[in-house]
Design a protein around this ligand. Structure first.
Ligand code: CA
Length: 224
């Protein structure tokens, strides 16, 4: 059975997430401090970790640092207050696989957990099936293996950067508004004032070349 570790000090959220995950068929363990969470996560018994940032002892960033510093590759989905989304996006560029802004709907969290568990699962034997590949001007996205190449050279993209690049490639030459990108890539009700799209466009430009993504002032972005 797939096991999920929940590190969250708020009783109400812990109960809500535990109940939902159990109903969805997962085994769950919940703890309320970062230190307990690190110990348990490092046991290797968990397939995924749901991690709150605001914890009473060490915060979620520290938990992530310790996990990654100990070589743990366990997928981590971070829970964060909506008001700190931008900090979180910056702070998590390396360690976390995804994050959810509180408050969130359980279905959103579940969708993300399923996605992460799928991504972490070993490639199926049927890997001979034709790969779905998007290509544009020397940029190549393999949707199956999630590999990215720029003029034949591999490029490392985070899960979110990959989704954003995919969305832009699927609509190459068209202008996509920030709202369209938010709803398609982030998939939930972000604060419309959020600059998370701009932040991630900057990340992509850094990795894929600044000229590739054109800013259409006051509207959005276009892959040129
Ligand atoms: Ca908390």
């Amino acid at each position: 059975m797939t096991s999920i570790l929940i590190i969250e000090d708020e009783e109400r959220i812990r109960a809500f997430v535990t109940k939902g995950l159990r109903a969805a068929g997962y085994a769950t363990t919940a703890v309320g401090t970062g230190a307990e969470g690190v110990d348990l996560a490092l046991s290797g018994e968990f397939d995924l970790v749901v991690l709150d940032i605001g914890l009473p002892d060490i915060d979620g960033f520290e938990v992530l640092d310790r996990l990654r510093g100990s070589g743990s590759q366990v997928p981590v989905i971070v829970l964060t207050a909506r008001s700190s989304v931008t900090d979180t996006v910056h702070g998590l560029e390396t360690g976390a696989d995804d994050y959810m802004a509180k408050p969130f709907r359980f279905e959103e969290l579940l969708a993300r957990i399923r996605l992460r568990l799928r991504a972490a699962a070993p490639a199926p034997a049927a890997a001979a099936a034709p790969a779905t590949v998007l290509e544009h001007d020397g940029l190549r996205l393999d949707l199956r293996s999630r590999r990215v190449e720029l003029h034949g050279e591999p490029v490392e993209l985070s899960a979110r950067e990959f989704s954003l690049a995919q969305e832009l490639l699927e609509h190459a030459g068209q202008v996509l508004t920030r709202e369209q990108l938010l709803s398609r890539v982030w998939g939930y009700d972000f604060d419309p004032g959020s600059n998370v799209v701009d932040v991630y466009v900057r990340y992509l430009r850094r990795k894929l070349g600044a000229e590739r993504i054109e800013t259409v002032r006051g509207v959005g972005y276009r892959l040129g």
